[in-house]
Structure formats: structure tokens, C-alpha cells
Write a protein that binds this ligand. Structure first.
Ligand SMILES: NC(=O)c1ccc[n+]([C@@H]2O[C@H](COP(=O)([O-])OP(=O)(O)OC[C@H]3O[C@@H](n4cnc5c(N)ncnc54)[C@H](O)[C@@H]3O)[C@@H](O)[C@H]2O)c1
Length: 295
């Protein structure tokens, strides 16, 4: 309890699902929370926190709009005096195979996820940089929300997978820019039964309420909230799959092998003749979908 006493957090999409659980756990650890969502559900999470002795306010707004990021950061500062933690979580799906997807489906998903994550991070970065420059140093945290679709590519989700993949690189980029101001930025890909996934039969709650509910969204929050504590200061630019009783630490693109000529340009023929040196016996088809087994 109280590992986050005195900290101020924003949770986007905190009206439901995983974001709501993050907000509740942050508050129960002593953080003051700005709960964002599109509608009334932001207020219901904030009320739940206030009714159980915590401190929260709600700010409705679409994270895809530039001014929402600024309103969220201003609300945190005006209501609670500072901002330490930003949990970028808001999201939705507009699934379709690439050959069936329309422009609106593509644009909406990129806007809410990729732009929405940036909009809030940018507004926080403006404030944190100003604070650091005026000599007020404090640990700051951004936790972004990706997806296994973003890590591995998900058929039927070229909009969502691109946005979630972009968020992985956005996180590292923000880390490179902002770590000098005390900011760490990490990504979590949750697995949970929420409004987004409740159509998936295999994620249903267990029949016996005594059994561990693997897909309960509250299972994702302890690691997310732990990343927000001062103890996690050295963890930066990392990505994790989190759900059930598992935490999987993931790695990004890495160097496989290389070939180099001696100060001359490649031709198609020299590429042919070096092909084996580059690829050898290695697997060159689509990367495996290496989602960890869940239980
Ligand atoms: N549930 C999973 O297994 C899973 C898997 C991978 C990734 N995710 C990601 O986790 C995050 C949370 O999703 P969830 O599963 O809790 O779903 P959810 O539908 O229960 O919650 C998402 C919340 O975001 C809000 N939201 C949507 N668009 C918004 C916008 N433009 N501005 C502000 N709020 C907005 C919704 O109103 C909703 O309350 C999302 O980013 C999602 O892509 C979830």
C-alpha cells in the first residue's frame, strides 16, 4: 500500500477494462488519478476511487485530439499540483483484412492509438521538460499500451497492428528524448477479457469462481503500477506481455547477420553470389508468431 503516495497519474481510457483496473490500483497505492475516457464512464471510475477514500477526477475527451493531451496535463497540475505518471491506454478496434479495409477504419485506429499515445506523451513532455529545466527533478513515467498484434503482426488488423507496432518505437524514441528529464517509457501488451475481447470464448471467466481468472483485466495492473514506482527507475524502453500470472519481457528488432563488400556498390549478381553468406541456412520466411503460451 501507498507505494505511490503523493504521485499524480493520468490514465487514458480509464473508464473500462484494463485502464479502469490501472486507475483503481494506482489510487489504492496512494496516487491521485486523472481518469480520461470518451464519456460518462470516466466519471464512474473517478467516483469509485473517491468513494473508497482515494483521490480522482475525470476528464472526458478523445485522445486523438491534440487539445485533449493538454487538457489532461493541465487538469493534473491544477487539481493535484503535479504530474508523475502517464498511462496511455485508450483504444478500440476496427478489424478487417487489408483487402476489405476502408480508409475510415484505417485512419480512426491510427488516430486513437498511435496519435492518441503521442498527443498525451507530448503534452506531458512539455511539462516535464519545463520542470526539469527549472530544477524540479522527479521520477516520471510513461506506460504505453501495445498488443501482441503490434509485436508479431496480426491478420485482420493492419490498422491496429501498425499503430501498436508504432507505439513500440514511439516509446523508445520518447525514452531517448526524455530520459535526461527523469522520464522512463515502457510498453505493456495486455491479455485480458474486456469490452475489446469479450467475444473470444476462450477468455471467458472460469466456471468455478474459486479458480484463478486468467483473463481478469486486474491481473495486468500490478506490473504496470510497479513500473510506475521509483524502484523501476532503471527499466526504460522495454516491452512486456502481461496477463494471467505471467510477465514476458520482449526484445525488439535485432541484428541477424551481415555481408559487406570492399568499398563497392552491390549489383544484383554480387547479391546472388553472396546470398548464402547473408542468409545461410537461416529461416527467411515470415517471422514466427512467438506469442508465449498463456498458462
Ligand atoms: N484486452 C486485451 O486483451 C488487449 C490486448 C492487447 C491490447 N489491448 C489494449 O489495451 C488497451 C485497453 O483496452 P481494453 O481491452 O481495456 O478495452 P476496453 O474497451 O475495455 O477499454 C478501452 C477504453 O478506451 C476508451 N477509448 C476508446 N477510444 C478512446 C479515445 N479516442 N479517447 C479516450 N478514450 C477512448 C473506451 O471508451 C474504453 O473505455 C487498448 O489500448 C487495447 O488496444 C488490450
Amino acid at each position: 500500500m501507498d507505494r505511490l503516495h503523493g504521485k499524480v497519474a493520468i490514465v487514458t481510457g480509464g473508464g473500462n477494462g484494463v485502464g479502469k483496473e490501472h486507475a483503481l490500483l494506482l489510487a489504492s497505492e496512494g496516487a491521485m488519478v486523472v481518469v480520461n475516457d470518451l464519456g460518462e464512464n470516466a466519471e464512474s471510475t473517478a467516483s469509485e476511487i473517491n468513494n473508497s477514500g482515494g483521490k480522482a477526477i475525470s476528464v472526458q475527451g478523445n485522445v486523438a485530439e491534440w487539445e485533449t493531451g493538454e487538457r489532461l496535463v493541465s487538469a493534473a497540475i491544477e487539481s493535484f499540483g503535479d504530474l508523475h505518471i502517464l498511462i496511455n491506454n485508450a483504444g478500440m478496434l476496427r478489424d478487417a483484412m487489408s483487402f476489405s479495409m476502408n480508409e475510415k477504419q484505417f485512419d480512426e485506429v491510427i488516430a486513437v492509438h498511435l496519435k492518441g499515445h503521442f498527443v498525451c506523451a507530448r503534452a506531458a513532455a512539455v511539462y516535464w521538460r519545463k520542470q526539469a529545466k527549472s530544477g524540479t527533478e522527479s521520477p516520471r513515467r510513461i506506460i504505453h499500451t501495445s498488443s501482441e498484434s503490434g509485436l508479431f503482426g496480426g491478420p485482420g488488423q493492419s490498422n491496429y497492428a501498425s499503430a501498436k507496432g508504432g507505439i513500440l518505437t514511439l516509446s523508445i524514441t520518447l525514452g531517448r528524448e526524455l530520459s535526461k528529464y527523469g522520464v522512463t517509457t515502457n510498453v505493456v501488451a495486455p491479455r485480458a477479457r474486456t469490452g475489446l475481447t469479450d467475444y473470444i470464448q476462450s477468455m471467458a471467466a472460469p466456471e468455478d469462481p474459486e479458480d484463478f481468472d486468467i483473463y481478469n483485466p486486474a491481473n495486468v495492473s500490478p506490473f504496470v503500477v510497479w513500473l510506475c514506482t521509483d524502484e523501476a527507475q532503471e527499466i526504460n524502453g522495454q516491452a512486456f506481455i502481461v496477463g494471467g500470472s505471467g510477465i514476458w519481457w520482449m526484445r525488439n528488432w535485432s541484428h541477424q547477420n551481415s555481408v559487406k563488400l570492399d568499398a563497392e556498390r552491390w549489383t544484383l549478381d554480387t547479391i546472388d553470389s553472396h546470398r548464402f553468406l547473408l542468409f545461410g541456412e537461416m529461416e527467411t520466411g515470415l517471422p514466427k508468431f512467438e506469442a508465449p503460451p498463456f498458462s
